[in-house]
Design a protein around this ligand. Structure first.
Ligand SMILES: *Cc1c(COP(=O)(O)O)cnc(C)c1O
Length: 402
């Protein structure tokens, strides 16, 4: 969790600015805020890193992807292609805007593949919610081609890929709009927060209004502002934005350190039999928040998990068994256990979520183990970790007969 490793004076200073004026809201009170606009500065910082035309901060990454879908025109009854490996927020967001998730295959990039998307397209498919997983990125050339030839709206959930790029362009900016998360586990954190980015001014204006009850934010009298569309409250507070601002300023340095540390581990593990790495379409654009290892098969990966646990090595994820990142554990979704009825439950056109056939995704995630990269690791710590992982892999490859 690189962002949280580096909490310091900078975060405290930005938060104190807000506490000194007491204006915890991003809008209003212009004369009382001592010219502190933390949400705006946070957005400016995100624009600096991504080169996005527009950035809009909201209360979470989940709120950002929900807003992104809505302002991209995705709504009731629209079919949206989603991956079975993601943080579940992307799928929840599709459901909560009233749309219908259609699961498609991922590949060794850990993201939806163009081939997977192509196979899942049907007459009612409106959009693709592409999720850039584990700090890396999807294969954008072929995915853009498939979206364009099928006239699909592309919305990117780059929740865990802030600062990752593909051929010089930041992920999140390939489609109509994209989102980043700044929750506690991401490369930079606001405590809770998310940012929507787009190069389209109209989309930005809609997002700004949608996330604040429709407010157009024109004129100095909040109660008298105009409202073109119906919205909701997804606002970020100035306190969260203050932390997000200080953290985002550290991201270029974090990425640099992450890349060095990840390279060290890859070099050290490269020749360990049985290990390969996830495919990164543009290795130079990796945000390097995760080292993603493939084992030969699901059984070996399962044994490696046990070996790592026995050796007391933490800081890794076996997503195949994770309750929130892989579809196998989403019984609540498959059985549609919802607090109240969703659009998808009114229609009989949805995929049969209980009987999905996604063999490629099962195979890829079954043999994947991801280590979170720490930006503060020393060379000694890195060498020790690599040696321990290597020893555990050797044991996992040669199971003792019982
Ligand atoms: C973290 C994450 C989110 C949600 O972010 P929150 O800020 O926790 O709401 C959405 N999508 C992906 C892919 C994520 O990793």
């Amino acid at each position: 969790m690189p962002g949280t490793e580096l909490f310091g004076e900078e975060e405290r200073k930005e938060v104190n600015d807000v506490m000194q004026t007491g204006i915890l809201m991003r809008y209003t009170s212009d004369s009382l805020r001592n010219n502190h606009w933390k949400a705006r500065e946070f957005e400016t910082e995100v624009k600096k890193i991504t080169a996005a035309g527009y950035a809009h901060a909201v209360s979470s990454g989940s709120a950002a992807i929900a807003t992104a879908l809505a302002v991209a025109g995705i709504g009731a009854g629209d079919e949206v292609i989603v991956p079975p490996f993601t943080f579940i927020a992307s799928v929840e967001a599709v459901l909560f805007v009233g749309a219908i998730p259609v699961f498609a295959e991922i590949d060794e990039t850990l993201c939806l593949s163009a081939e997977g998307i192509k196979k899942a397209v049907g007459p009612k498919t409106k959009a693709v919610c592409l999720v850039h997983m584990c700090g890396g990125m999807a294969e954008m050339d072929s995915i853009m081609a498939v979206c364009n030839s099928n006239k699909l709206v592309l919305v990117e959930d780059a929740g865990q890929a802030f600062a990752a790029s593909y051929k010089g362009k930041m992920v999140g900016l390939f489609g109509k709009c994209g989102s980043y998360s700044f929750d506690f586990f991401k490369i930079a954190t606001a405590g809770e927060g998310g940012v929507l980015v787009t190069d389209d001014e109209r989309t930005y204006k809609l997002a700004e209004a949608y996330s604040d009850h429709g407010h157009d934010h024109i004129g100095g009298n909040r109660g008298m502002e105009q409202h073109e569309i119906v919205g909701f409250n997804y606002r970020i507070s100035e306190l969260n934005a203050a932390v997000g601002l200080a953290q985002t300023r550290k991201v270029p340095m974090i990425v640099e350190k992450n890349r060095v540390n990840k390279k060290f581990l890859i070099n050290a593990l490269n020749r360990t039999p049985g290990i390969s790495f996830s495919r990164i379409p543009d290795p130079g654009g990796d945000s390097a928040t995760f080292l993603n290892l493939f084992l030969p098969d699901t059984e070996t990966a399962g044994r490696l998990v046990n070996e790592l646990n026995n050796a007391g090595i933490g800081g890794f994820n076996y997503w195949f068994k994770n309750m929130y990142h892989f579809i196998n554990q989403w019984d609540h979704l498959k059985s549609m256990h919802t607090a109240s009825k969703l659009t998808v439950q009114l229609l009989d056109t949805a995929q049969d979520y209980k009987n999905l056939h996604l063999p490629k995704s099962q195979e890829v995630i079954g043999r994947l183990i991801s280590f979170g990269i720490r930006c503060t690791w020393t060379e000694k710590e890195l060498a020790e970790l690599a040696a321990k992982i290597s020893a555990c892999v050797s044991k996992a490859l040669k199971p003792v007969a019982v």
